[in-house]
Each structure stands twice: as structure tokens, then as C-alpha cells.
Design a protein around this ligand. Sequence first.
Ligand SMILES: [Zn+2]
Length: 104
Amino acid sequence: MTHSYHEGQPGYSPAQILHDGCLECAERSASRDCGIAGLDRQNFDRAWQRAAAWHREGVYDVSDAERGLLSVLWSVQLQLERIGWPIGELPRNPGGHTAQMGGF
Ligand SMILES: [Zn+2]
């Protein structure tokens, strides 16, 4: 299955990770991992930031298709924050950060 023409779908926003009205996005959204594993690095970064922005500042163009994905990523960020990882930041140098966090 391939992605539909996202730009033509109702409620489309270029910031969305998964788009309503696209069968491929709907399939990814409905998968067990909410589509996380299928994201390339750039879109995973965008999704991570978007999940943080959604809960911290409010994002008003969240699609139904990406709601689960963003919710899961937000929940993971909350858990990471409890062990000292800042919300919205992705691990880029795990060794360095692990040392600062006392190791885990
Ligand atoms: Zn799509």
C-alpha cells in the first residue's frame, strides 16, 4: 500500500506525522506500535518534538491518525523525564548522557 496524496485530504497539515484520509497512514496508525517503527529518522525526530509540543504548548492540527503515536511518544518522554531526561530531547550521545545521569 502506498500513501495517498496527503495534501488533498481534509484537515491536512504539513506538520502531521500521519494523515487522516490516507489508507497507508491509517494502517500504520492501527498497528501495534502506532506506526513508530515505520518512521525514518527525520520523521521520528519530528514526531518526538511534536508529541512534546502537543502536551506542553498545545498543537491544534493533530490528526486522528497520529494521535496514538504522539500519545505513546509523550508517555515515553514522561517516563524518561523521571530519570532525568529532558522532555523533547532525543538521546544523541547515549554514552555521554548515561554518565551524567548516574548510569542505567
Ligand atoms: Zn499517508
